[in-house]
Ligand binder design. Structure first.
Ligand code: ZN
Length: 269
């Protein structure tokens, strides 16, 4: 396990260290993808990773004043555009009702994730930090806990044993990039400076959620003189603390248990 006292700056390089690896970005909402991890996703893909987006809700609440049906329709199209822009292999939308994820659904979501993780041979997840503080949105913290439990049980021999008969064999998720909106134990800062402009472009593809956030912001700040583009950049492109020596970052609590799980497997064999 990584030393939690150290912050590692993950720099952009031309290595192909991700070849043969597979990540799943698992978020509740379409726009979480580019906002929290767009730059990191571009970095991992450039290093050879294969990537998927698993979205847990149907996004029906994320417009300013459209109907549920129109909101779902528009965001589905925009999400396809973002998945293509980020060069992700595919979107799996679990389509639970937006803002209504509940603890009673945890087991069901966990099982759907285990099935997908095994089928896609996922070894890395990018998702919400289940231990981030003061998160108000149930979609965020329920998704976080479902991914956390699925990452471990996906590798267990006796969890969902019927999957083995379908050819979906146990496989642990050993790397996690965890994001939070509130306070969090940050131990990894990914340098996204080389793709900061692309991240901005990518966030703008989330047209409907960005319009919703911008108009809501203007309601809360009457008379604010800020364009939507300026709003998106100031709210969602993180300038790095000078101590990191890079321009733009995405911050995570990062866990890498690859070595410890290899050790466990060797002990068992
Ligand atoms: Zn969200």
């Amino acid at each position: 396990m990584s030393n939690r006292d150290d912050v590692v700056i993950e720099k952009w390089d031309s290595s192909k260290s991700g070849e043969g690896r597979v990540f799943a970005a698992v978020f509740a909402h379409s726009d979480d993808l580019a906002i929290f991890a767009g730059g990191t996703i571009m970095k991992l893909i450039s290093e050879g990773y294969t990537g998927y987006f698993i979205k847990t809700t149907n996004d029906e609440m994320d417009s300013y004043d459209l109907s549920f049906a129109e909101t779902i329709y528009r965001i589905a199209k925009e999400t396809d555009d973002v998945v293509e822009y980020l060069k992700l292999n595919k979107l799996y939308s679990l389509d639970y009702k937006n803002h209504y994820l509940e603890h009673s659904q945890l087991t069901e979501i966990r099982h759907r994730l285990i099935t997908l993780f095994r089928f896609l041979k996922v070894d890395t997840v990018i998702t919400f930090d289940p231990w981030g503080h003061y998160e108000e949105n149930p979609d965020h913290y329920i998704t976080a806990h479902a991914v956390e439990t699925a990452s471990w049980t996906a590798g267990r021999q006796l969890d969902l044993p019927e999957l083995k008969d379908m050819g979906l064999h146990p496989k642990f998720i050993t790397r996690k990039y965890l994001v939070a909106r509130g306070p969090q134990l940050v131990n990894r800062v990914v340098d996204i400076s080389p793709v900061a402009a692309q991240k901005l472009e990518c966030m703008k593809l989330h047209v409907t959620p960005m319009d919703n956030m911008y108009r809501t912001y203007l309601d809360l700040h009457p008379g604010a003189e800020i364009t939507q583009d300026e709003f998106v950049e100031s709210e969602f492109l993180q300038k790095a603390d000078p101590v990191y020596g890079v321009d733009y970052v995405e911050k995570f609590h990062y866990i890498d248990e690859t070595d410890s799980f290899s050790f466990m497997r060797n002990q068992q064999s």
